[in-house]
Design a protein around this ligand. Structure first.
Ligand SMILES: [Zn+2]
Ligand SMILES: [Zn+2]
Length: 394
């Protein structure tokens, strides 16, 4: 691999983004991933890049001045309870240097966008990004500032580009979708567990965009306990065809890995292989449609020892066209073993699907569920391609 073509954003200050002990959204997720990549020999030093925090002016591309002021004050506001801003809640507790921590993650995604669009890198990765739930004036679902939405707004303002965003997280990518709901030059595609069963409750097929943007907001809600086969089938049915119909200039993808069988917060039940296969397809599409311009981000993922490091390491390997070594390095497993006493860290890169136990006692390859998911995906595809073809977009 020629390292100068790829960037990997990392910074010890990413650890500032910490809601405290016991919270699911642990900054250890990046530490474990970077360490695994280093020990697996997949991360050349020259690819690793530090970030600078996004400026207030940059954050204002998506967020309101009032909200930014509250976050800058660590939620210490004289104007009533902070919960109206989505912070000081059990999902998003207050912590010190909240603004600095969140702005740094936005800064990394923004820098990734800048490097790729200015041709200094072909693909760029920020696993500390992908904070898709944050709204202009409200934190939500562990997300304070929305790095994706700020980067998209910046790409729209500076370059007037057609931007495609694909969200693989188990939760609907709501903050990004609503942020550009009436912009026909921003395509959002989210494949997720149906909002009838999971936070944030949105992401229905009928959410298609407003006015000239109708058809550029795409949702594939799946039933709880959907397994690897059905998830990938629905992804393959919809994502490549819609991207081809939209013809973006740049691709941004979110690789939240909480749709995994072992994830404690969702009911989806996919494998690391399904996520890797989707990343591979997105890589091909970035080259076919966008001259390779591709930014890959992190997101959710709460099985932090068994899933997140392997899933994200596999995404980086796909981005950089490297093969994974035969096994998860023993040095990595040993280095972290004392943090999880009494159990082993995974030694295989891939899950043995046959050995994945049913989730919540449900058969994850149930044919009825496959058929329901397939029907939804086909209807979505038909509606969206008809709208895109009819030139409802500008
Ligand atoms: Zn490539
Ligand atoms: Zn999620």
């Amino acid at each position: 691999m020629s390292a100068d073509r790829y960037l990997y954003y990392d910074d010890e200050k990413f650890d500032l983004y910490d809601f405290g002990p016991g919270h699911y959204f642990s900054p250890l997720r990046q530490r474990l991933t970077t360490d695994l990549l280093e020990k697996a020999g997949l991360l050349p030093e020259t690819a690793v890049t530090r970030a600078v925090p996004a400026t207030v002016e940059e954050l204002l591309l998506f967020h309101t001045p009032e909200y930014i002021a509250v976050i800058r004050a660590d939620g210490q506001t004289p104007n009533g309870p902070v919960q109206r801003w989505g912070i000081g809640t059990s999902d998003n507790p207050l912590f010190r240097r909240m603004h600095e921590a969140a702005a740094l993650r936005v800064g990394a995604t923004l820098a990734a966008a800048r490097q790729v669009i200015e041709g200094r890198a072909i693909h760029a990765v920020n696993f500390a990004g992908g904070l898709h739930h944050a709204h202009p004036s409200k934190a939500s679902g562990f997300c304070i500032y929305n790095d994706i939405a700020v980067a998209i707004a910046w790409l729209r303002r500076e370059y007037d580009l057609r931007v495609a965003y694909v969200d693989l997280d188990a939760h609907h990518g709501d903050g990004v979708q609503w942020g550009f709901y009436d912009d026909p030059n921003v395509l959002t595609i989210s494949i997720h567990e149906s909002g009838r069963y999971l936070f944030p409750g949105t992401g229905e097929p009928g959410e298609l965009g407003d006015g000239p943007a109708r058809g550029t907001k795409v949702n594939i809600p799946l039933l709880p306990h959907t397994g690897p086969k059905s998830w990938l089938e629905c992804f393959e049915l919809v994502v490549p065809a819609v991207l081809e119909a939209f013809r973006p200039d740049i691709l941004i993808t979110q690789h939240g890995c909480d749709a995994h069988r072992y994830d404690p917060l969702t009911h989806l039940a996919i494998s690391t292989q399904s996520m890797e296969a989707a990343a591979r397809r997105l890589h091909e599409l970035a080259h076919e449609l966008c001259d390779g311009r591709w930014i890959a981000l992190g997101g959710g993922g709460y099985s932090i020892w068994d899933v997140v490091p392997r899933a994200w390491a596999a995404v980086w390997a796909v981005v950089t066209d490297q093969a994974l070594p035969p096994a998860v390095p023993e040095t990595w497993r040993k280095a972290w073993a004392q943090r999880v006493p009494g159990r082993d860290l995974p030694d295989e890169w891939h899950d043995l699907i046959e050995e994945l136990p049913p989730k919540d006692g449900e058969d994850i390859e149930n044919e009825w569920r496959h058929a329901q998911n397939r029907r939804v995906a086909k209807e979505v595809l038909e509606t969206v391609t008809r709208l895109l073809r009819a030139g409802v977009r500008s």
